[in-house]
Ligand binder design. Sequence first.
Ligand code: ZN
Length: 493
Amino acid sequence: MRRLLVLALLALSSTAVAAPSPTDTLIAKLLGPTPVLDDLRELTDSIGGRPTGSPAMDKAIDWALARLKAAGADAVRAETYTAPRNWLPRVETAEVTSPRYEAQPAERNQLRTAAMPFSPSTPAAGLEAEVADVGKGDAKSFATAKGKWALVHTEPMRSIDDLFAEYLATPAIVANAKKAGAAGILWMSNRPHRLLYRHNATLDGSMSPIPAAMIEREGAERLARLLEAGKRVTVRVTLAVDVQEHASDRNVVAEITGRDKPGEVILLGAHLDSWDLGRGALDNGCNAALAIDVLRQLAVLAKAGQRPRRTIRIGLFSGEEFGLYGSWQDVRAHRADLDKLRAVVIYDEGTGRTTGFSLGGRGELGPVVDRALAPVAGLGPFVHTTDAFVGTDNYDYLLEGVPNLVANQDGPPYLPDYHAESDTFDKVDTRELKANAAIAGALVWALADGDTLPAPRQSRAQVQAVLKATGLDTQMKTFSLWDEFATSKRGRQ
Ligand SMILES: [Zn+2]
């Protein structure tokens, strides 16, 4: 009886709560039918791969501006900046010139190949040279590599840790190759089935000192076997690349104005650019589409008179793949306003389930994020991490002391196609994409609407403490990014 009464009271109270909260409305809208997949299909199947500075990226930017206007944003604009350098490959071929397959069609001597980002061109007729197997590429393995193509072995990439280990090892290998006077570097693809991808060798945007190309794993393994058998192996690699120094690039920005503190901003960011071999579906078209969808549903709420206290800004960055150009330049161009940029949320790991957020080394953000995610707790569980890394567009906000969050997402569905030819629309997990949009929407709404700020902006000393505590300082040194922070060229002044 008593139990029944309680149930009746509960039923009464739930019918008495007539209007759902704006957060619940936003979540329901994002989980319901929206054009997010139509957007992503256009971006990937019609526009395709979009390296910054390419005609495809220009088209993608114009498309995004139009979509955000149609979505009903209060403000939409492209922000132009000068990037250090754009790099676009034009010709990429490789061929084994000795020993040749004698009883095979000539094309069987070709190797599938992709220029490494920021490789210079070879001579127009190609660079033909002997191959030296340098194994994992430590300094002494380069002893016989002078004037030769240095073949570097890679481990098959099976986890994010493998990927990071490879990124971390790469700068030293490039330095060893240059020191040894190698003619160029041939990187073995870290994925099987002749799959190619575009892989940054350096993160500082500097040009490679010597030509460098990735070659299909199977072809590279064969070269290694031939060399092991004592054969003299020669290859001819032809690379032609276009380099635009001090290029003019654009970010896309859209806003829903806050009702109470319009000058204070919560930024939801995702990069719009991609490498060119695939179609940039998982990296990162899906999350650009996610951000557009969140803006679109926020605009519907705003029209109905429901706005968060602070402004929510969507940032679709360019130049991320080249070296986080767009977010870096956003910070530089708006340094005077960074005190009012209250938090940054970045999505850049495909459509894997959101498992929590990387807090950029700031544990105090954990409870804030948990409170914000309470309305979408059913899409969790969410476990946050206090790591900090260089690898996506939160980096420069972190260096500026702005509270920054990166969605931690399930890695396995993302990795096989990472930066590869196979990063296409069919890899997208629609269900998780919708769930991630709801999570992102709930998070930015709560941050924008809260009475209190997520956390204060950090001083330079506090940023330095985060870099040290998280080991990000070591990463920055490995990637040649430390000096620009140390000399205040980049980061909190
Ligand atoms: Zn990405």
